[in-house]
Design a protein around this ligand. Structure first.
Ligand code: TRP
Ligand code: SF4
Length: 331
């Protein structure tokens, strides 16, 4: 008998800043779900990271964390196959962060592009804090604490992965050891979809389909969304390439539907309302089961049990790694 090959370990996380939308599902969660078949998966609610920007208004973090965890599971994250846990409940994240902080040159953190960008984007907030500068360092601690080989992330997170890799090399060099794999980024195969109005999908623009939206809400949002602005009358032929509804079809609908819609649009064979109704079929197929499962889980103590177990399993690995780290550092 041959032993089962050991799977590569993956860690990913999301900050609990609010309820999730279809963009989170397509851009991240769907990928997490398929990875459960091939990798040893750790999925974390990065609640400490949420504090980096909402330290002065922490009231929403706990509720968002709970809702997000329910949403992950509703989307197919399976606590029996993946470790689903809460960052702040595994104290080793903070411990490793402190140790890494000793070997991290300030200049490495100052040059991470998200640092200045976020400070500019959120200029109404005072982000001149120690914790905010250390945000990517905490993320590095998250990743290497589980000795992860790979990290599914969006494009914007690549500099954080690069920093992690540099820190791993520095740690190994300084302490003459080999504790951590150098983690690779796994970019999600799905291109970023815009919101229904063509702007970045965001709850605050009200252009996103939230995983918790009712069927009625989804329908209203889709029917109200702009289409090819040149297509004014039903008899005007349209150009699907400039229409955001078509971009959504390409992401969600089956290929024959996508082709039918494109041809129908160009020949004015179908109207925008018909086209949107076809899109709604694909959206409902994803969202109907998620909505139900999400609602069922949020207020259920079963979710608490899942987290107790997930946090425990995360702690076990974190504890092992910290033994190795203290050994290497000779603490
Ligand atoms: N910084 C990530 C984001 O904003 C969230 C995150 C925190 C994370 N720790 C992580 C992602 C570890 C991957 C691995 O999306
Ligand atoms: Fe867009 Fe569809 Fe209308 Fe064409 S028919 S403009 S693709 S909504």
């Amino acid at each position: 008998m041959t032993a089962a090959p050991t799977r590569q370990r993956v860690l990913s996380g999301m900050r609990p800043t609010g309820p999730l939308h279809l963009g989170h599902y397509l851009g991240a969660l769907k990928n997490w779900v398929t990875m459960q078949d091939t990798h040893d998966c750790f999925f974390m609610s990065a609640d400490l990271h949420a504090l980096s920007t909402s330290y002065d208004d922490t009231g929403g973090v706990r509720a968002a964390r709970r809702v997000n965890l329910a949403e992950w599971i509703a989307c197919g994250v399976d606590p029996a196959r993946a470790v689903v846990f809460e960052q702040s409940r595994v104290a080793e994240h903070s411990e490793l962060h402190v140790i890494l902080s000793m070997i991290t040159p300030l200049s490495w953190l100052e040059r991470v592009p998200t640092y200045k960008e976020q400070q500019e984007n959120l200029s109404h907030k005072d982000l001149s804090t120690y914790g905010f500068l250390g945000y990517p360092l905490l993320q590095s601690a998250d990743i290497i604490l589980y000795r992860a080989h790979a990290v599914p992330v969006g494009q914007d997170q690549l500099p954080h992965l690069e920093l992690t890799r540099e820190l791993v090399r520095r740690f190994h060099h300084l302490y003459s050891c080999q504790v951590f794999p150098e983690p690779e980024a796994i970019l999600s195969p799905v291109p970023k979809l815009s919101g229904l109005d063509g702007r970045k999908m965001s709850k605050s623009y009200n252009n996103a389909l939230m995983l918790g939206d009712s069927k009625e809400d989804v329908k209203k949002k889709v029917l109200a969304a702009p289409t090819d602005p040149q297509r004014i009358k039903r008899t005007d032929p349209g150009n699907p390439e400039v229409c955001n509804i078509y971009a959504w079809h390409k992401a969600l609908s089956a290929l024959p539907v996508v082709e039918e819609v494109a041809a129908g649009c160009r020949s004015a064979g179908i109207g925008c309302v018909d086209c949107k109704k076809k899109l709604l079929v694909a959206m409902d197929a994803i969202l109907d089961p998620v909505r139900e499962k999400r609602a069922e889980l949020v207020n259920n103590t079963a979710l608490d049990d899942i987290l107790v177990e997930g946090n425990r399993r995360a702690r076990t690995v974190a504890h092992e790694t910290m033994e190795m780290v203290r050994d290497a550092v000779k603490l």
